[in-house]
Design a protein around this ligand. Structure first.
Ligand code: ATP
Ligand code: MG
Length: 464
């Protein structure tokens, strides 16, 4: 090993990983760092978890590492995996293996342990993920992953169609890595991707959810929608009607798909690439129900009555199926529901928006209010050119929202300066639903700006 790049990797390999590799090799086994760490370190991003692959059967791995004073957890022994924990850092350590036949096109029927690391690399999905590194022996790269990485190409290891037929999830993984690495997909791999995309229907929903969530997390969903829509629509069939759907509206210069891609790009632009996961899902799904809600008026213009409500329902259903965490899906569905909610740059309007968000996603209104403005801003610039003026108004709304929150905005009954006990005493009524009704009325009055959030003023209002 002499190349600068290998010396850099050897320097950057964390000491805890070196201990695992060193302990296994001192006991006469072979061990390599493999997969994501190698790929990301070659790109100058050495922060990835370290995975190790070894010739040792897992029982031996566990024994050798424990003898070296390393904590070992038996996390996936059916696949030959144990997790070593050194100084608090986990290192997944797996015996060289290949996968048997995939008769259900989902799970390998068996894993077979092998003795040659090259066989282990050959069962991996893409060339950029099929490299191994050893601090002394250097890079082992039988499929030219380093070259593909430098050229930013995602290429299947081996015959693409066969690899996608073995495990159709790889179709979605190809898109995720292309997004993540800002790469293009090699043409033979791309052809296989399109023909095998329908096989995604056979894959467990939560595995699809994980990869899709990973695609959104790259911030490049717009690319995936524009370049790999066949894959995206196979992963989420509800997206399919968006392609080519002509909105027949003066407000829309694009079909629903291109509009959605623009909104996905917009939320990244407006948040400096730091959109929340809920905002990303909302951008993807905000207009998903437009095709089903479409109607045409006598002048031939298209309308989409009820599409935010229907879209929120679809978003909830899709995200539940894909096992997206409940907090993300509730927040995303609230944003979809309210993406067309009319707002103005006034304090009462901001309070109404906060209160609607509170109702749709309790406890999250403050955080979601900024996400909602970013979604609306992206939506506006993704429509027709004459709608971009609205994006400027949204800047005023953001200022109004900040001012309102800084001033202690009131949008929940709990924010009022008085409470149930005050209502019972001042109004002389019994505890019960009537108290809540009075408080709701008071809240509406304060939110409208007719009464300050001041205890004396509100007690006075109760007495009146
Ligand atoms: P990430 O940072 O996204 O986790 P990663 O490279 O660690 O990137 P994982 O999904 O954690 O990706 O998988 C670890 C490695 O296992 C991959 O680099 C790849 O070599 C291999 N691998 C994972 N899933 C598959 C699959 N479905 N088919 C073939 N190889 C796979
Ligand atoms: Mg990983």
């Amino acid at each position: 090993m002499s190349r600068d790049i290998e010396m850099r990797l050897a320097r950057e390999l964390p000491a805890y990983a070196l201990r695992v590799v060193g302990a296994l090799e001192a006991a006469g086994h072979e061990a390599w760092v493999v997969g994501g760490w190698v790929r990301d370190a070659l790109l100058g991003r050495p922060g990835h978890d370290v995975d190790v692959t070894t010739s040792a059967p897992w029982q031996q791995t566990a024994r050798v590492l424990r003898a070296a004073g390393i904590e070992v957890h038996e996390t996936g022994t059916a696949h030959g995996t144990v997790t070593a924990v050194v100084d608090g850092s986990p290192v997944e350590t797996t015996t060289y293996r290949v996968e048997g036949a995939y008769t259900d096109r989902r799970h390998p029927d068996e894993v077979r342990f092998v003795t040659d690391v090259r066989e282990d690399l050959a069962r991996r999905d893409f060339t950029v993920n099929a490299m191994a590194f050893h601090p002394k022996r250097g890079l082992l790269d039988p499929f030219d992953g380093e070259k593909d990485l430098a050229a930013r190409v995602i290429r299947a290891v081996g015959e693409p169609r066969r690899r996608f037929e073995e495990d159709a999830l790889r179709v979605l993984r190809a898109v995720r890595f292309a997004c993540r690495l800002d790469a293009r997909i090699d043409s033979a791999t791309q052809d296989a991707l399109v023909s095998c995309a329908p096989e995604l229907a056979q894959i467990a929903h939560e595995r699809i959810g994980q990869e899709l969530d990973g695609i959104l997390a790259t911030g490049r969903a717009a690319w995936a929608l524009r370049h790999e829509f066949a894959v995206m629509a196979a992963a989420v069939p509800e997206l399919a009607p968006m392609a080519g759907f002509d909105q027949k509206s003066p407000y829309h210069a694009h079909d629903v798909l291109e509009h959605t891609a623009r909104v996905c790009a917009g939320v990244e632009e407006f948040t400096g690439g730091g959109a929340s996961q809920a905002l990303r899902w909302a951008a993807l799904l905000h207009d998903v129900a437009k095709p089903e809600c479409w109607s045409e008026d006598v002048s031939g213009r298209g309308h989409f009555f009820g599409h935010p409500e229907a879209g929120a329902r679809t978003a909830r259903r899709v995200m539940a199926r894909l096992a997206i965490p409940g907090d993300v899906s509730r927040a995303a569905a609230a944003l979809v529901l309210l993406h067309d909610f009319e707002i103005r740059a006034t304090a009462p309007s901001m309070r109404r928006m906060l209160s609607e968000l509170e109702r749709a996603c309790p406890g999250q209104a403050r955080r979601l209010s900024f996400d909602l403005l970013d979604l609306k801003r992206s939506d506006a610039v993704a429509k027709a050119p004459q709608c971009t003026g609205y994006a400027v108004e949204l800047d005023q709304m953001t200022r109004a929202l900040r001012a309102e929150l800084a001033a202690g905005a009131v949008w929940r009954v709990g924010d009022l300066a008085v409470g149930g006990a005050d209502v019972i005493r001042e109004r002389g009524i019994e505890p019960g639903p009537g108290v809540g009704m009075v408080l709701a009325q008071l809240l509406a009055t304060v939110m409208d700006g007719q009464l300050p959030n001041d205890r004396e003023a509100q007690l006075e209002w109760l007495r009146w």
